[in-house]
Write a protein that binds this ligand. Sequence first.
Ligand code: NI
Length: 391
Amino acid sequence: MAFTLEINRLRQEVERALPVATEIRRDLHRHPELALEERRTAQVVLTRLQKLGVEALRVDETGALGLIQGGRPGPVVALRADMDALPVTEETGVPYASQHAGKMHACGHDGHTACLLGVAEVLSRLRQELPGTVKLIFQPAEEGGGGARRMVEAGVLQDPDVERIVALHSWPDLLAGQIGVRAGAMLAAVDTFQVTVRGRGGHGAHPHRCIDPILISARIIDAVQSIVSREVDPLESAVVTVGHIEGGKTRNVIPDTCFFEGTVRTLSEETRRHVQSVFMRTVNGVAAAHGATAEIAYHRELPVVINDAGVVDTLRDLGTELLGAENVAEIATPSMGGEDFSLYLEQVPGALFRLGVGPGRPALHASTFDFNDDALATGMLMLAGYVLREP
Ligand code: NI
């Protein structure tokens, strides 16, 4: 891989940017903000970018965008970090633990944001060597709240038009210093449904005079479990999960309605459409068989994260050169989790890669999870390295 500068110079600049990036990471960890509340976080980002002399603007109240024009001709590349925290009470016991009860950075987004600010510092010093233009997208509300959609609709991918986009996400199963890459489907499409089964209520002793929405909901929930086993190709992947059900108030009254909701995950657009259509048919059909009706709200939330093979090849080569081949893991199978980074990938080719934060880190979203600062340099090297290659 050819760079526009000595790799040692890149390493030095990353080392130099590391103390402030670490300080910012811990500051953000202390002050977590939930989806669409990231005002302070966005301000920290904007203040830092301005201090570095990077053109910066606020996007959609709680997002931010930085723009760095390189000194050489080249493409427009976007790097994206997510900034939101989770409604989890922190139990890490670290000195920089959350100061806000019930909120914490349990998914490493504090690390992702600090990492991208570190990259901003590195690139602000290496402007002359930078080919093309880099857009730094600091996105709110990745954990629900439509952050990526808001940023895309606000036009962050236009003017100048982004040609490729790259992001990273913390991964506890890899060690700090390692990354994980995968071409093609990496994370699932996420859809959600809400169903209200409408029957006819009455006395629990006289079910024949009623249409029992609780029994019918139970039958529907059982029936939709057959979608994956009997409607989807066994070599394809799909998940249908009902995570919430509510109906009735007491033991001897049959209610008028019963409500349930859940999520559908798939790894291809074809399976996604198929599962949706079978779901509608099954819910309506089972309800009708019992003389009830079903109101279904089905939301296509996020498409599949499909990593561009060319961008992944570049990331793999880059990782091999900067981190060593032994520190670049091939991700064997996709995850049925989702990521709204897919909304950018619908518009432009790009890739999401995993950033190791192990060892000894609990699962993402756990109340004991903490981003590993030892991973900051690796993330910065990879993101800065990606845009500092010869175009
Ligand atoms: Ni996350």
